[in-house]
Every structure is written in C-alpha cells, then in structure tokens.
Design a protein around this ligand. Structure first.
Ligand SMILES: Nc1nc2c(ncn2[C@@H]2O[C@H](COP(=O)(O)OP(=O)(O)OP(=O)(O)O)[C@@H](O)[C@H]2O)c(=O)[nH]1
Length: 392
C-alpha cells in the first residue's frame, strides 16, 4: 500500500516549477517546458493503476506532483488523486443501460463519448507548465484504447501538442512461459507501430519473479530458442520464427532493465530517467512528423474553407447577376409552354398557329397566358369529342 508521507499532496507546483511568464515570452522555451505526457497501457490486471499510483506517490515525495488523468470509466476506486477523472464526465453504467451494451461495449462507448470532449482536457493541461509530468491511466482492456478511434484521437491530440511517451506495463510474473512472453511482446510491438510514439516497457511485479529471464530473451534469441525447446505445440515453431522478426523491435526498445515493482517501490528513479530520454527522442524524431501532419491538416482545412467560400459566392451572386438569371428564365418561359402544349396535343394539323396569341401583343403577359390556356383546353375538349363520335 501507499506510503502515507509520500501520498500527501504537497501543493500544486513543486520545486521544478517553471516561470510561466518567461515561458510565454519565448515559444520555444515554453515548448521545452511543456509537461511530458505519459500514457500508461498494459494488459488487464498487469498493474497499470497500481503503477500510476506508485509514480504519483514518488513524484509527490519529490515535491514535483504530476497532473493525473484517469481514463478508465469502469474502475471502482482510483487510488491516487486524479485531476481529471472520466467518471465525472461519463456514467459508464448509464451508458451500458441506455445503449444496451455489455461491459466492454460500455467502456468503448464511454471512452468515445469522452474523446469528443478531449479538447477541454487539452485546454486544462495546456496551462499546466508548472507540472513536469501528466500521467494517463487507461482502461483495463487494452484493446479498448489501442484499437478504438478514441484511443487514436487521444494519443494524436496529445502528441501534436506535448511530448508524449507510451509506457507498456508488462506483468513479468505472467510472462515466464516463452509463448505468453512472445504474445505480450507482439502486443507491445503492434502498439509501438500504431501509436508512432516513443515506447517504454516497464516490467512490473519483479517482487514475484526477477525479470532477468525476459531481458535475456530479448537480448539473445538463442537463449529464447533454448527455452522454447521444452514447448512442443505447433505454436512453438511460430514463436521461434517470430523471435527472429522481433529482433529489430527489441534493438530499438527502451526496456527498464532494473524494472519496477509497485510493491517494493523499486525502479522509479530509473523509470523517470528513461522517460526523460524518451522525451528527447520525441523532440528529435517524432515532433517533426507531428508538426508536418499538423501543417498538412491546417492546409487541408484552409483549402476546404476556401472551396466552401467560393461555393457560397457562386450560390449568392450579387443582385445584378441574380436579375440576369431571372431574365433568362422568364424569356425562356413562353417557348417552353407552347412546346409542352404541342407534345400533349399530338395532332399538329389541329394546331391553329393563328389562334396562339403572339407574344407581346397582349396587354399583359398573365392575361395572355390565361387566354392561351383557355384556348388549349377548348381544343383538347373538341378533340376528345371528335374521337368519341368517330364511327368505329
Ligand atoms: N506483487 C505485485 N502485485 C502487483 C504489483 N502491481 C500491481 N499488483 C497487483 O496486481 C493486481 C492488478 O493491479 P491493477 O493496478 O488493478 O492492474 P490494472 O492493470 O490497473 O487492472 P485493470 O485496469 O483492472 O485491468 C492488483 O491486485 C495489484 O495489487 C506489483 O508490482 N507486485
């Protein structure tokens, strides 16, 4: 459980407080002093919430409290002081009831609803230059965050403004079998390529079992193959092949060699050193990519706006043009009408051209039109009568 001294909240801003005025003066300085966003992901029960609680307690003890956001709508209790809690915005049980959803559907929908308000979260985090870290705890079911639109919206909106790092909490005690270890690594790998952000693996629960076996398997695939020899299922062959493929992934990965235990409170110092390294990696490699994406999006928005504006001008041309269009339509009207009348009639010889009032000879166009209609109806009636009296 948490240390009560560490758990004390020691004020909003700690020793690492940034001078807000000077940060505002210089945009670049301000960007450098933006807090680092840490998004904590991991399989269900891997220890994400306990890990966030340990990080929070550690930072409070160093008098540098973080800004903490809970994104898990289904958690019953949050064991850390959360600055923003999704449960204050979305009622998960009500979402399940209203949309007739099960627990997982309820979590996905709650997160989707919350993502629609994420701009407000960003607005809250934005002035937090006095915080060094903003920590996000995510829902238990990892796929809810990693394979949903809301997860992408959240990580991309964060990464387009703040240095952002993904932390994958791995339950070391549940990865002792080479096959479960490989599944865990494949998951981590898929998140790395999907999120396109600096990635850190925190091997948790090392108080139960040391993580040295996992580190060795990542360093040396021959050691991993040796461990696989005891496995006889068909999956072992696949796992063997996958280990060769993942070699590249391991090479670029920041793994907490000493790793963490939320129970022993170990590895916290090393963890934050790795986070700071990952932040530098973000500034160096990922930020230009996000800025490029942002510029493209802005250019696209501008183009769409210009197109809409042009369409608007086209639809609402000045009054002079509107009058011109109306004149064209009005002049076309009499011809159109007589054409329809001729088609309806079907017997051109019956059509007495002299009976059609000449356009412009009548006192008024309306009167002329009515007269024309009357004559047309009369001709129709005569024709009908002729047809009915004709000998068969
Ligand atoms: N021994 C040991 N147990 C831990 C450690 N970290 C977490 N646990 C335990 O692991 C269990 C799951 O921890 P949580 O923090 O709820 O895990 P989670 O990933 O947030 O869980 P969900 O969000 O429900 O998926 C709890 O019983 C914790 O007490 C650790 O470092 N060592």
């Amino acid at each position: 459980m948490a240390n009560s001294r560490e758990d004390d909240i020691v004020g909003a801003c700690g020793d690492d407080k940034v001078d807000m005025d000077s940060a505002k003066d210089n945009n670049e300085t301000a960007t450098k002093k933006y807090p680092t966003c840490i998004v904590v992901l991991g399989m269900a029960g891997s220890g994400k919430t306990t890990f966030v609680q340990r990080l929070t307690a550690h930072l409070h003890a160093r008098k540098t409290p973080p800004y903490v956001v809970n994104l898990d709508p289904a958690v019953r209790e949050v064991p850390y002081p959360a600055n923003i809690d999704i449960r204050d915005t979305v009622n998960y049980k009500e979402v399940m009831k209203q949309y007739s959803l099960g627990p997982n559907g309820g979590i996905v929908t709650s997160l989707n609803l919350f993502a629609t308000r994420f701009d407000q979260v960003l607005k809250n985090v934005h002035p937090c230059l006095c915080f060094r870290y903003v920590i996000f705890d995510t829902p238990g079911q990892i796929e809810v965050f990693t394979w949903s639109a809301s997860g992408t919206i959240i990580t991309e909106s964060l990464a387009s403004v703040f240095p952002t790092v993904i932390v994958y909490v791995m339950d070391t005690s549940r990865s002792v079998s080479p096959i479960t270890f490989m599944s865990n690594m494949l998951y981590a790998c898929s998140i790395l390529y999907k999120s396109k952000l600096p990635f850190l693996i925190a091997m948790n629960k090392i108080d139960i079992i040391s993580n040295s076996f996992a580190v060795e398997w990542m360093r040396d695939f021959e050691a991993f193959h040796e461990a696989l020899e005891h496995e006889t299922s068909y999956v072992s062959n696949l796992t063997r092949s996958m280990s060769l493929v993942l070699d590249e992934f391991y090479a670029n990965l920041k793994v907490m060699r000493g790793s963490v235990s939320c129970y022993w409170r170990e590895g916290m110092q090393e963890f934050f050193e790795k986070v700071d390294e990952a932040r530098e990696e973000y500034e160096r490699e990922y930020k230009p990519m996000y800025e490029n994406l942002k510029q493209k999006k802005e250019a696209e928005d501008r183009r769409k706006q210009e197109e809409e504006l042009a369409r608007f001008h086209e639809d609402y041309r000045p009054e002079k043009d509107v009058q011109k269009v109306a004149d064209e339509v009005l002049y076309a009207l009499p011809d159109t009408l007589s054409l329809h009348a001729a088609v309806d009639d079907g017997e051109e010889e019956d059509e007495d051209e002299s009976n059609v009032p000449e356009y412009g000879t009548m006192p008024g166009e309306e009167e002329s039109f009515h007269r024309y209609l009357q004559q047309h109806r009369q001709r129709q009636a005569e024709k009908q009568q002729r047809l009915t009296t004709k000998p068969s």
